[in-house]
Write a protein that binds this ligand. Structure first.
Ligand SMILES: Nc1ncnc2c1ncn2[C@@H]1O[C@H](COP(=O)(O)OP(=O)(O)OP(=O)(O)O)[C@@H](O)[C@H]1O
Length: 120
């Protein structure tokens, strides 16, 4: 039983390590995090309500999570096949496509939250 808890604590340790690796080494994650901070600033500036904060955090989490998985897929691709291959290109393209789904969702949420402040 105690082995189970030690394994869980180790998993959390590796997950936190991965979290900081993404934030400190991956340009795409650093860029998305910067955008997330800008939107957090906008939320504070416009004093958005509790539901809008929840939707905004959900959108930020969605984009960062999918972007992180896309980064992991790119790393696996580069590791298993460093040279050019049509299938690697296809795999990387559809992994990026997943990020596009998340970003479009986040853009829709951002428009719903902030358009009224800009359009009056
Ligand atoms: N080994 C490869 N074989 C075929 N096409 C590739 C290969 N590597 C990259 N590509 C093509 O180049 C595109 C960009 O790949 P890349 O790995 O540079 O990702 P990226 O989107 O620039 O991500 P990042 O900026 O996070 O590195 C892929 O979507 C794919 O179309």
């Amino acid at each position: 039983m105690s082995g189970f808890f030690i394994d869980r604590v180790k998993s959390i340790k590796y997950a936190v390590k991965g979290f900081f690796l993404l934030l400190t080494t991956e340009n795409s994650i650093i860029t998305q995090t910067t955008i997330a901070l800008v939107f957090t600033g906008m939320g504070l500036y416009f004093k958005i309500d509790r539901v809008d904060w929840a939707l905004q955090f959900l959108a930020i989490g969605l984009v960062l999570s999918i972007e992180s998985l896309n980064t992991a897929i790119e790393k696996v691709c580069d590791f298993v096949h460093p040279d050019y291959h049509q299938k690697i290109g296809f795999i990387k393209d559809i992994a990026s496509g997943a990020v596009t789904f998340a970003v479009l969702t986040a853009l829709a949420i951002a428009l719903l939250i902030y358009a009224p402040y800009f359009l009056g």
